[in-house]
Design a protein around this ligand. Structure first.
Ligand code: THU
Length: 137
């Protein structure tokens, strides 16, 4: 069960702002992510493409932006999906499987995942059995 989020949670606010930058001419479905760490906060939004399959999600945009900037230690992520109507089922707010696997590369089971409109989950609640390459860690 997720923990409740404060209405003024600053990381969630950053994720909402990031969602306003989404490039979504195809789905019109904006997503924002804000990743926190010792570096501060790095945000991502979904960036779609005419070749639909190469679209990148907000969460992965945030992770790859942080890694490209030299940061691999993360303390929390917030995700905002403002185009899911209030009252939608939890599935309308959840990060996709690809993003969970990418997060699993850098975070552990206790990593907090704040989902706007739902609450704060432990990463292991969302993705209990990530793939880990044998011998890699
Ligand atoms: N999307 C994300 O950005 N993150 C997710 O975890 C789920 C889906 C985006 C991809 C696409 O641009 C749009 O939402 C609709 O699938």
């Amino acid at each position: 069960m997720p923990l409740p989020l404060a209405a003024d949670d600053p990381l969630v606010a950053a994720a909402r702002t990031a969602a306003t930058r989404a490039y979504v001419p195809y789905s019109r479905f904006r997503v924002g992510a804000a990743l926190a760490g010792p570096f501060g906060v790095i945000c991502g939004c979904n960036v779609e493409n005419a070749s639909y399959g190469v679209t990148i999600c907000a969460e992965r945009t945030a992770v790859v932006s942080a890694v490209a900037a030299g940061h691999r230690a993360f303390t929390r992520i917030a995700i905002a999906l403002p185009d899911s109507p209030p009252g939608s089922p939890p599935t309308a707010f959840m990060p996709c499987g690809a993003c969970r696997q990418v997060l699993a590369e850098f975070v552990g089971p206790e990593f907090p995942v704040a989902i706007d409109g739902l609450g704060e989950y432990r990463f292991a609640e969302l993705f209990p059995n990530p793939f880990v390459l044998p011998g890699s860690r």
